[in-house]
Design a protein around this ligand. Structure first.
Ligand code: IMP
Length: 437
């Protein structure tokens, strides 16, 4: 059975959760491989809204297993709470449905406090992080002083690790004019208790995935955030602290890259961005306001209004390149209904220079303005439509034109918020493994 990676092709919030939820029908296992509870997936099933930050939305499907891989940073408070809420609502009846990597790094209270304090200090230069402690946790991971799930579930090790790290974190917090009120012993006790609650899920996730593949199970890798927020390939430093691109599905879960058959990128029919950083196709006018209102563009994690703009073919072409995309799924096409014209950024102007590929230099990108192609809009409501042929010709032309500019096919379009409101033209789980060579 094929293994498929789904990642965001823009700045996150593309609607990955919805597509992943749909594709989960075809997969046996859903795997998260990076990020943490900075992500937020809103899934609407039969009109009921569920927001998940850490656990893949596949958990809403009985019989599917969800894996939180080693590349994820886990806030145990959030994870324990999500588990409790899911159980309360009748999901996750079988604890074997969730696998938590022993090697995933743990977000501790000082990570979150440092994230917030540093952002406050940074003033105008701030990244606009979600304030969840993501960056400081990845920093500790790379600095080889992090705490992993295997430490959390062993009280003696937890106490030792906290003792090693906490004094320096308190010192840094004090320098930033912040502090943690909780005293060391109480903190260890609270986290040891969380460790006990999470221990039933903790295992060697790489080995578990290897066995699942050997048994013929099909894996769906669910990316968080988006390509342009990748720490290497995004608009650095206005990025998150992990690799969001498809290649990290392998590193962040402990499978080899040869296990991956297909990579699908998710884009909105327009674009959004949360937080600071360059965004050449941003609309700061009434049209941008309309997109925000109609598209309900407010963060699932922080509630912040999202910046909005037209779709950007350069950004998507870049996403095709750095992810090796086989196809694109275009979400929220219905939001564009009623706009007299729909625009696509097809180039950038920066001073007297023009670009037809995304410039890699941030300062250049910051000064770029988008050059648009304009296509006629459509007035028909799309939400009841279930077949590609039924879409208005102008909407189809728009999708086809984006595909042509970007250089990959559009395999699905979404026409409404509900699970059923997605038209899948080509399901990657029904396509045979890519031929070698
Ligand atoms: P962090 O991941 O909280 O460190 O935030 C770094 C940047 O990534 C900020 O601009 C955030 O707004 C952005 N970001 C993080 N997670 C998401 C997400 O799930 N969707 C969209 N933007 C995100």
């Amino acid at each position: 059975m094929p293994n498929v990676v789904v990642i965001g092709a823009q700045w996150g919030d593309e609607g990955k959760g919805k597509l992943v939820d749909l594709f989960t029908e075809e997969a046996d296992v859903v795997v998260r491989f990076q990020g943490g509870n900075n992500a937020g997936h809103t899934v609407v099933v039969d009109g009921q809204k569920t927001i998940l930050h850490l656990i893949p939305s596949g958990i809403l499907h009985p019989g599917k297993t969800c894996v939180i891989g080693n590349g994820v940073v886990v806030d145990p408070v959030v994870l324990a709470q999500e588990i409790a809420e899911l159980k309360e609502r009748g999901f996750l009846k079988d604890d074997n449905q969730l696998v938590l990597s022993l090697d995933a790094h743990v977000i501790m209270p000082w990570h979150q406090a440092l994230d917030i304090a540093r952002e406050q200090r940074a003033g105008a230069g701030k990244i606009g992080t979600t304030g969840r402690g993501i960056g400081p946790t990845y920093e500790d991971k790379v600095a080889r002083r992090g705490l992993r799930v295997r430490d959390l579930i062993d009280e003696a090790r937890l106490a030792r690790k906290v003792k090693d790290r906490l004094p320096a974190a308190r010192e840094e917090l004090a320098r930033l004019g912040a502090k943690l009120d909780e005293e060391d012993g109480a903190l260890v006790q609270r986290y040891a208790e969380l460790g006990r609650r999470l221990a039933p899920y903790a295992q060697d996730a790489s080995l578990w995935l290897h066995k699942a593949m050997k048994a013929g199970k099909s894996l769906l890798f669910e990316g968080a955030q988006g390509t342009l927020l990748d720490v290497d390939h995004g608009t650095y430093p206005f990025v998150t602290s992990s690799n969001t691109v498809a290649g990290n599905a392998a590193c962040g879960s402990g499978v080899g890259p040869t296990a991956i058959d297909h990579v699908i990128g998710i884009t909105k029919a327009y674009s959004t961005r949360v937080g600071s950083g360059p965004y050449p196709s941003e609309l700061k006018d009434a049209t941008g306001e309309e997109l925000r209102r109609i598209g309900a563009e407010f963060g699932a994690t922080t509630g912040r209004p999202r910046r909005t703009g037209w779709i950007d073919a350069l950004a998507l072409r870049y996403a095709v390149r750095v992810n090796g995309l086989d196809g694109l799924a275009m979400m929220k096409l219905d939001v564009l209904t009623g706009f007299p014209e729909v625009k696509i950024a097809v180039g950038y102007r920066c001073g007297d220079r023009t670009y037809d590929e995304m410039p890699s230099d941030l300062e250049t990108l910051e000064r770029c303005e988008a050059i648009y192609e304009s296509l006629p809009g459509w007035t028909e409501k799309l939400d009841g439509l279930r077949r590609w042929e039924d879409l208005p010709a102008t909407a189809r032309d728009y999708v086809k034109h984006v595909a042509k500019l970007v250089g990959v096919e559009v395999v699905a379009v979404s026409v409404g918020a509900d699970r059923g409101e997605t038209i899948v033209m080509k399901n990657p789980f029904h396509v045979k493994k890519r031929a070698a060579g």
